[in-house]
Design a protein around this ligand. Structure first.
Ligand code: PRT
Ligand code: ZN
Length: 283
């Protein structure tokens, strides 16, 4: 039985639940429940506060857990990062009042900086050879300069609107973060085997998320050129259409290339282009 810890409620919950669901690990999330067994996979799901997960994984109360990289780094617990999961992306940044001039990171020398991540900030300042007065506060960091508690903040930023609405500007990115799976360093053979099964599924799900399946109709004389544009997993599938001189071409596209390729395809006479999400991708 593999014990998987996820955040009980917060910004990681939905992504964690979706990932397990896409991996076909089914369980009921009863209200107020702390632990629930999976119905079709040898696992148990624990619902915890994200900050507690690194310690529980280190102690073996949970075998693996899903947290933000920022929480992993701040906790300094003896657990390993097993896999980056690609959701809940954000950055940790230093921000200062909008009206202050900024010419470089030396700005922070001897300043008072409010943060909920004193460990990460200490490491960053040390790396830059700077000394500052770190005020460790647990929430609403962004109001600290406005009430005279600090000269600057280091906080999580996603869209930047929280900083903006508090009269702050982002001046340095300290680190980039996303959801990661962390694991206990001494799992026994049975747990490792279950984890491998889960990772195989996670890989298939994550791989599929970056790709789309494309189907299109094209005039036969342009097939060769179209195939050159479409990367495909091996080579695209070409099927004759009932209409003479036309074929249907199927392939897999990297989502990030999507628009550039679509334009070229249209220029080559492609019609009826369908872009379909892929659920799992095993290679
Ligand atoms: O209750 P529990 O302790 O479990 O949860 P929590 O309140 O500590 O964490 P939660 O749910 O807020 O965030 C969990 C994780 O999500 C974080 O550790 C990050 O890894 C990740 N994440 C991604 C974020 C954000 N995006 C985010 N925008 N965490 C927090 N924020 C906050 C940020 O603190 C700031 O107040 O959102 C605000 C900034 O957002 P923008 O869009 O205005 O820039
Ligand atoms: Zn937390």
């Amino acid at each position: 039985m593999l014990k998987i810890a996820i955040q009980k409620s917060g910004r990681l919950s939905e992504g964690s639940l979706d990932l397990l669901k896409d991996c076909n690990v089914k369980f009921s999330k009863g209200k107020g429940r702390l632990v629930t067994p999976a119905q079709n996979f040898p696992a148990e799901v624990l619902f915890l506060r994200d900050d507690d997960i690194p310690q529980y994984v280190e102690d073996g109360v949970a075998d693996v857990g899903i947290i933000g990289e920022n929480v992993y780094l701040e906790s300094k617990r003896n657990v390993s990062i097993i896999k980056k999961l690609g959701f809940s992306k954000c950055r940790m940044s230093l921000a200062i009042p909008r009206n202050q001039e900024y010419h470089g990171v030396e700005f922070f020398q001897d300043k008072r900086i409010a943060t909920s991540y004193p460990g990460i900030l200490t490491d960053f300042l040390e790396q830059k050879g700077l000394e500052a007065d770190i005020h460790s506060i647990s929430g609403s960091v962004e109001i600290a300069p406005g009430i005279g508690l600090a000269d600057a903040v280091m906080d999580i930023v996603s869209t930047g609107s929280t900083l903006l609405s508090n009269g702050l500007k982002e001046v340095e990115t300290v680190l980039k973060s996303e959801a990661v799976m962390v694991g206990n360093k001494s799992l026994d053979a049975t747990k490792k085997q279950i984890l491998d099964q889960l990772l195989f599924r996670i890989d298939a799900v994550l791989r599929a998320r970056g790709f789309k399946y494309v189907l299109l109709n094209a005039p036969n004389e342009n097939i060769a050129q179209i195939i050159e544009i479409l990367p495909g997993m091996k080579s695209p599938t070409v099927l004759p259409l009932a209409e003479q001189g036309w074929s249907s071409i199927h392939s897999v596209l990297d989502e990030s290339d999507f628009w550039a390729i679509i334009d070229k395809l249209k220029a080559l006479g492609a019609e009826g282009i369908l872009i379909v999400p892929i659920e799992k991708m095993v290679i």
